[in-house]
Structure formats: structure tokens, C-alpha cells
Design a protein around this ligand. Structure first.
Ligand code: MN
Length: 400
């Protein structure tokens, strides 16, 4: 039987004594047996002067990834290293689109890596990912682009042969790591430089987004926010946060409200078919459903169809306010593994997601009866698997 303990996600210690003000003080040195990552990155940048780096983000880059990559680009420029920030998927959350537009954040979409372009680069840098969430990564490695640097805060995903890896899973946001680089002098921010204030604003947004508006932040994230507060533009940040939802996203949220079924404080909603570009409506609908009275956990899913690639995939999101529920464990337990032993999803604290390929049944045909049947099959199966976990008789979930 599974337990919903989240001990492994224990937050890092908050301020040890009640009287420490949030002053911008030098951060403590890391363990003496490991090299100081900031020094290591400084040395690495020195050694790559005049290079050009490709900075790769996950397919659906979030504010943490986007802002951290931008900070890396500005830092690298200080060492005469030119960077291009790319991602293969799409920016689908209106806040991410607003972030990129309002700050002029220099990230580009690359549908496929054209080898002719790759000759321009001497190295690859992964920011806020370890290559496993980008469809471009394998291709770039096969094309012989050396992996220079990985900066990330996710748990280790796979073996990486990078020149240097700054991987800190106890830190809640990659933006926090990059802010430490700035604070430790890899680039001195200047309040009169509008690129610097915009990047500081993006980093503030990134670290807030990855820490649930600082509610799950640890001491280092608060320290980073304190440092950024000297440079960021509060008005610009509120403009980003006030980005409005598109009608199609609103329609998905409406469908989730209409279709939701709640049992034992868990609300579950299937929203049917949606377009690839609207994929991010699913986590937003889950964010909304979890706010209902007496609901501590919401799961929303739908079939996302990618017209360009003729591919269909069931995408789902889980949001919970229940501290003792581990989304990673919940999703792995609910859906199990595929024939190659890979899980259909996982999570971080308070949130998780899953992707189930539609495979042979894929294809958006004119025949609406077929589409209806296909949706019913997936809808029924997902509900069965979720309710099995939520069912109080089996005592799987403790709703005290
Ligand atoms: Mn992140």
C-alpha cells in the first residue's frame, strides 16, 4: 500500500532564527567536499570565451526556465560568449506569452534542429532541464554538439556527460541558482540598464512561479528574491501576472467545471479534445478546480491533438493542497508504467502531470461517432484508475 508522505520533499530550513532580516548577505559556501558551483561556472565561462552556445529549454518552457536562460545569456555575454535560447514545443500559457512579449525575452522556437545551423555553435547548455523534456536534445547530441553546462533543480534524470553540472534538487527554482550567480558577481546588475531590470523581473516571476508565489520557497529562494527586489520592476511584473486568458482556455475551464465529479474531496474532470496550443488550459483548469470548498485535490485531463504531427496524447494535471499527498506517487500508482517500464508521469510538490499516448487509436477523423467513442474509452479508463485510488473503502487515501 502506498503512503502519502512527502518526507523526501521536506522543505529546506527557513530562517534559523526569528530575528534574521531579509538582508542581502553573501550566501553560505556549500559543503567543503564539493566544489563551489559559482566558482566552477566562472572558470568554465572563462575557458569558453568567444564561443557561441545553444541554450536548450524544455518543450513547454515555464517562467523559471525562460528567465534563468535569459540570465545565463546575459552572464555569458559578460564573458564574450554569445547564446541563443531555443525550445521545440510551444509557449502555451498566457502568462508565459506575456512574459516573453513584455520583457522582450530572447527565446526562439525551433521545430527541428537544422544541422547547417548547428555548426555555428561550440556548445550546448541545458537550463531547468536535463534533456529528457526536450525533443531536440537527442538530435543535438547525435549531431555532436558537446554538452558544456547543465543548470537545474530537478532530481537527477539520467547520466549526463557535461563539462560541468550545477544540479541542486534542494533549491526550489533554477531562477534562484542564476540569481546566486548574479549576486556572486558573474554579472553586476545595473538598475539603469533596462535589459537588466527586465531580466530581474523575469527571474522574480520565475522563482515565484516555481515556489507557488513563495509559499513553498526555502531560505535560498527568499534570499534570491530579496536580492532581485533591488532591481526588478514591480509594475512590469503585475502586467505579466494580469495577462488575460484566451476564450479557448476559458472554454476548457468551463468544460472542466461542468464535467467535474467529486468524491472524497477529490475532484476529477475530463475535458474532451483540445488543440495542442491550448494544452496549458489543463493545468489552469486543475488550478481552478482545486479552489472549490471541500476539495483538496483536482485532476483534469483531455486528449490533445497535434494537427501538424497527426499525434494524439492524453494530457492530465493534478493539483493538490493536501500536504500529505505526494503527486508523484499518486500518479505513478494510478497509471503504472508502459511496456518499457516508463511511468506515464510524475510530479513535484503539490503538482503533477501525466501523458498517455493514444497510439493506434490516434487520428482525428471526420467521423464524430468514432471520436465520441474514443473519448469515452479513455475517459472511462482514466476515471476507473483514479477512483480506484481515491475510493475510501480501500483506505488508500487519508482525508483527515
Ligand atoms: Mn524550474
Amino acid at each position: 500500500m502506498m503512503t502519502f508522505n512527502s518526507d523526501s520533499e521536506a522543505p529546506e530550513a527557513a530562517f534559523p532564527n526569528g530575528n534574521s532580516a531579509i538582508s542581502v548577505v553573501p550566501r553560505p559556501e556549500p559543503d567543503s567536499d564539493s566544489e563551489d558551483p559559482v566558482q566552477a561556472v566562472r572558470r568554465l565561462l572563462e575557458g569558453h570565451r568567444n564561443d557561441r552556445h545553444l541554450v536548450l529549454l524544455q518543450d513547454f518552457p515555464d517562467p523559471d526556465a525562460l528567465s534563468a536562460a535569459w540570465a545565463y545569456k546575459l552572464i555569458a555575454a559578460n564573458y564574450k560568449i554569445e547564446c541563443d535560447i531555443v525550445y521545440a514545443g510551444t509557449l502555451s500559457h498566457q502568462e508565459n506569452i506575456a512574459l516573453v512579449r513584455l520583457t522582450g525575452l530572447p527565446a526562439r522556437r525551433w521545430l527541428n534542429a537544422d544541422d547547417a545551423h548547428l555548426a555555428d555553435y561550440q556548445g550546448l547548455v541545458l537550463v531547468d532541464n536535463q534533456g529528457t523534456t526536450s525533443q531536440l536534445y537527442e538530435h543535438l547530441r547525435e549531431a555532436g554538439l558537446p554538452l558544456v553546462l547543465v543548470i537545474d533543480h530537478h532530481a537527477p534524470q539520467s547520466k549526463l556527460d557535461a563539462e560541468y553540472i550545477d544540479l541542486r534538487p534542494h533549491i526550489r527554482a533554477t531562477a534562484t541558482i542564476l540569481t546566486e550567480y548574479l549576486q556572486r558577481g558573474l554579472l553586476n546588475l545595473d538598475r539603469n540598464n533596462s535589459k537588466h531590470t527586465k531580466c530581474a523581473t523575469a527571474l522574480m516571476h520565475g522563482l515565484r512561479a516555481d515556489t507557488n508565489q513563495l509559499m513553498h520557497a526555502g531560505a535560498s529562494d527568499f534570499m534570491a528574491a530579496a536580492y532581485l527586489s533591488q532591481f526588478y520592476d514591480g509594475q512590469l511584473l503585475s502586467a505579466v501576472l494580469q495577462a488575460s486568458r484566451s476564450k479557448r482556455v476559458m472554454d476548457v475551464i468551463e468544460r472542466s467545471l461542468r464535467n467535474r465529479k467529486a468524491q472524497n474531496n477529490v475532484s476529477i474532470a475530463g475535458v474532451g479534445y483540445l488543440r495542442y496550443d491550448d494544452r496549458d488550459a489543463i493545468p489552469q483548469a486543475a488550478d481552478f478546480l482545486v479552489t472549490e470548498d471541500n476539495v483538496h485535490t483536482a485532476v483534469v485531463y483531455g486528449i490533445v491533438h497535434d494537427e501538424d504531427e497527426e499525434r494524439e496524447v492524453v494530457i492530465g494535471s493534478l493539483r493538490t493542497s493536501k500536504i500529505t499527498l505526494d503527486p508523484d506517487e499518486f500518479i505513478k500508482e494510478a497509471f503504472g508504467q508502459d511496456s518499457e517500464g516508463r511511468f506515464f508521469g510524475g510530479g513535484r510538490s503539490m503538482a503533477g502531470g501525466f501523458e498517455i499516448p493514444v497510439g493506434f487509436l490516434s487520428g482525428f477523423y471526420e467521423n464524430s461517432e468514432y471520436n465520441r467513442l474514443k473519448w469515452e474509452v479513455f475517459d472511462t479508463q482514466i476515471k476507473q484508475k483514479l477512483w480506484r485510488l481515491v475510493n475510501p473503502e480501500e483506505g488508500m487515501i487519508n482525508t483527515d
